[in-house]
Design a binder for this molecule. Structure first.
Ligand code: AMP
Ligand code: MG
Length: 345
């Protein structure tokens, strides 16, 4: 299949999921959330968005291989125990974008995301290319009425070659506060070598516009963006690293891969994700694949904190990498040097 066909289906899938998420975010009080085994939150919207994306890919491209964050296990368990409330809520959300969905069809669609890539392509299924999906990246942001992303990427030979990032609460207007969800949202997309495009997250007929990022001029204050969650990145270490760059602008804190989007469009110059001292966390591929492709296409350098390329051939985790550093080439070199100089203290 040609990359443009794959891209147009991926864009439609993310647009549908983004619309669904925006509607649900407007009704957060009723939605509620549950806590997963790893202590992270999950909502009706995470399950519904995963079902809609997987269904769209399957409907238009045939049975896809998808590595996604969510599984239908909890939905099936509750239903088997006589509690259909959760699957019913997911089904009614899904039906706003997939009108004739059934409960069984939704469970199957969610479980399409259970494909298991093994290091070096030794897993089951067709690993010549596969999708990585995070239906809601930054669920905490979604729940605090802030930023989050619907992240879908196509990965081939260990690298993303296509990325679509729905940012349903992110305004095109840089001046709008990040904690005021925009009623329209944005979607960023691109393929390797083709640049980054921006469109709205509401109407599939809206014409995309190429993102032209201005290089930060030397001597201009440098702006960092980073996670809201202090457990996902070391805010202290980032502050020390940034201090070495000279004059700084007020940093932006936002959830999910919207950080990659904000850097790609030039609203921030640098995205740092610095492991806390002693952290043994392995980054998940669906938390980086789409964003990393788009940042690269916007002309930014993307590596881990040791200057290594992100290696997406290792299964569900980026187990050869630690953290991420995203910046224009000149700043990126300075940042790696500053991180090395800081050491592990
Ligand atoms: P962010 O909004 O950028 O902080 O990232 C949200 C993502 O962080 C979630 O999707 C999780 O998969 C991931 N995450 C969970 N725990 C950690 C951790 N200890 N360090 C880094 N990322 C984490
Ligand atoms: Mg995530």
């Amino acid at each position: 299949m040609s990359q443009p066909d794959r891209l147009s289906v991926a864009r439609l899938a993310v647009l549908r999921a983004s619309r669904l998420c925006r509607r649900l975010q407007a009704d957060l009080a009723r939605l509620g959330s549950m806590t997963k085994g790893d202590a992270s939150p999950v909502t009706v919207a995470d399950f519904a968005a995963q079902a809609v994306v997987a269904h769209t890919l399957r409907e238009m491209l045939g049975p896809p291989t998808i590595v996604a964050e969510e599984s239908a296990l909890e939905l099936r368990r509750r239903r088997a125990e006589g509690d259909p409330g959760l699957i019913d809520a997911v089904l009614s959300a899904v039906r706003t974008e997939w009108a004739d969905a059934t409960a069984e069809g939704v469970l199957e669609a969610i479980d399409l995301g259970a494909a298991e890539p093994l290091p070096s392509g030794g897993g089951r299924g067709d690993w010549s290319g596969f999708w990585a999906l995070d239906p809601i990246d930054g669920t905490k942001g979604f729940l605090r009425n802030g930023q989050y992303a619907v992240a879908l990427a196509w990965i081939e030979a260990g690298s993303p070659t296509l990325g679509v990032l729905g940012c349903p609460a992110l305004s095109k207007d840089f001046n709008r506060p990040l904690d005021e969800p925009d009623p329209r949202g944005t979607i960023y997309f691109g393929v390797a070598g083709g640049g980054v495009y921006e469109t709205g997250a509401e109407d599939e007929r809206e014409a995309p516009v190429r993102v032209r990022r201005l290089e930060p001029a030397e001597g201009e204050p440098v702006r960092l963006c980073e996670s809201v969650e202090g457990s996902h990145t070391s805010h202290d270490r980032a502050e020390k690293v940034m201090e070495r760059l000279g004059e700084l602008a007020e940093p932006l804190r936002l959830d999910g891969q919207t950080k990659y989007a904000v850097a790609a469009r030039g609203q921030a110059d640098v995205y740092l994700r610095l492991p806390r001292p002693g952290s043994r966390y392995t980054e998940r591929i669906w938390d980086h694949a789409a964003g990393a492709l788009l940042a690269r296409e916007a002309g930014l350098a993307v590596t881990d904190v040791d200057g290594r390329e992100l290696d997406f051939s290792r299964g569900r985790g980026l187990d050869k990498n630690r953290g991420v550093v995203v910046a224009p080439a000149r700043l990126h070199g300075l940042l790696l040097g500053a991180i090395r100089a800081l050491g592990e203290d």
